[in-house]
Each structure stands twice: as C-alpha cells, then as structure tokens.
Design a protein around this ligand. Structure first.
Ligand code: FMN
Length: 177
C-alpha cells in the first residue's frame, strides 16, 4: 500500500539538530505516512519574488511536494524568540500557491531552554493560518538537550508519549483522499 505524503521539514539545518530528532521520532511513529521536505528546504534560495520570473527547480519541487501533501509537520527551533529563518523562508515560498489550504499542520519545537521554543511556534501561527493550514495542538519540548538524543534516541518517555499523541491527532485530522 502506498504511503500518504506529508510535507515534513525541520527548521534547523544542523546535523545534530534536536528538532530533526523530534521530526524523525514523529516519522518513526507513523510508518504509513511518507515524510518529504527536509532535504528540499535546505536548497531553497532566500525568498525573492523576482526569482518567480523563472522559478528555480528547488522551489518548483518544494511547491509540488506541498501541493501533493495531505498534511504538514514542521519541527522548528526558536531563535531570538522568533521562528527560524529556514522555516519562515520555506513558508514564504508557499505564499499564493494554495498548497496548504485546509491541511492539518502539526508544529513541534525542541529547545535546551525552559520554554521549549513555544514562542517560535506561536510566531508561526499567523503565516500558517494565512496559508490556509489547520493548526493542531503543538508540541514543544523544553530542556530538550537532556531529553532527546540528537542521534535519534529519546531519553524521556514523556517526549515519546507527547509526540505519539500528536501524531494520532494528525492522523485523525487528515481528510480522506
Ligand atoms: C543565536 C541563537 C539564538 C537562540 N535563541 C533562542 C531562543 O530565543 N529561544 C530558545 O528556546 N532557544 C534559543 N536558542 C537555542 C536553540 O534553541 C538551540 O540552539 C537549539 O538546539 C537549536 O535547534 P536545533 O537543535 O534543532 O538545531 C538560540 C540559539 C542561538 C545560537
């Protein structure tokens, strides 16, 4: 059986990213979903409407994946109390495409700090709503450096449970094809 496509990307480009580990945990809990996107966002140019005169292949591919997706999962760090530039740049390239219209969006963040990156996620609410996404209850993981192993291991069962619950919510929110 073919897996359901999901636009899923990490807002950090670090190989040791805690947010990438969170995204990979979600992916491992949903084998019927096909997460596509992290490799694409790192190749997007900085947003510039002039580039759409001859849309770069990386942008076309990213938009095609977003259009084909049935849901969205973004794991994104908070920098200086705002969403990561990688995430914002990716969303800017989706403006005006209608690609996310009516699709459930699971937002996650992980931070070594006490607030888990929640301010960065809140900063993503307006653009995602403007893009037509349907926001689900977000997951933010505080003190993540001691609760998530950046090589993929989850050290705290509460983290596992919260992501498991969020993935169940995502499944329930997905409109049948
Ligand atoms: C310049 C800079 C600013 C940061 N600002 C915040 C912040 O506002 N809130 C927060 O929770 N963490 C902040 N952090 C810590 C990041 O959350 C931390 O580096 C995190 O591991 C980055 O995500 P990643 O592991 O997925 O790459 C900041 C880190 C840097 C380098």
């Amino acid at each position: 059986m073919s897996r359901t496509p999901v636009l899923a990307f990490c807002g950090s480009l670090r190989a040791e990213s805690l947010n990438l580990a969170l995204l990979e945990l979600a992916e491992s809990l949903a084998p019927e979903l096909h997460f596509v996107g992290s490799d694409l966002v790192r190749h997007l140019p900085l947003f510039n409407t002039e580039l759409d005169a001859d849309t770069p292949a990386s942008v076309r591919q990213f938009r095609d994946v977003a259009r084909a997706a049935r849901a969205v999962v973004i794991a994104s760090p908070e920098y200086v109390h705002t969403p990561s530039g990688v995430t914002m740049n990716s969303l800017e390239w989706l403006m005006g495409t209608g690609a996310l219209e009516g699709k459930p969006v699971l937002l996650m963040s992980a931070s070594p700090g006490q607030t888990g990156g929640i301010r960065g996620l809140v900063g993503l609410f307006p653009p995602l709503q403007l893009l037509g996404g349907v926001l689900l209850d977000p997951v933010s993981i505080s003190r993540a450096a001691s609760r998530i192993d950046s090589s993929g291991g989850v050290l705290d069962p509460v983290v596992y449970q919260r992501v498991e619950f969020a993935v169940d919510e995502l499944r329930a929110a997905m409109v049948p094809a």
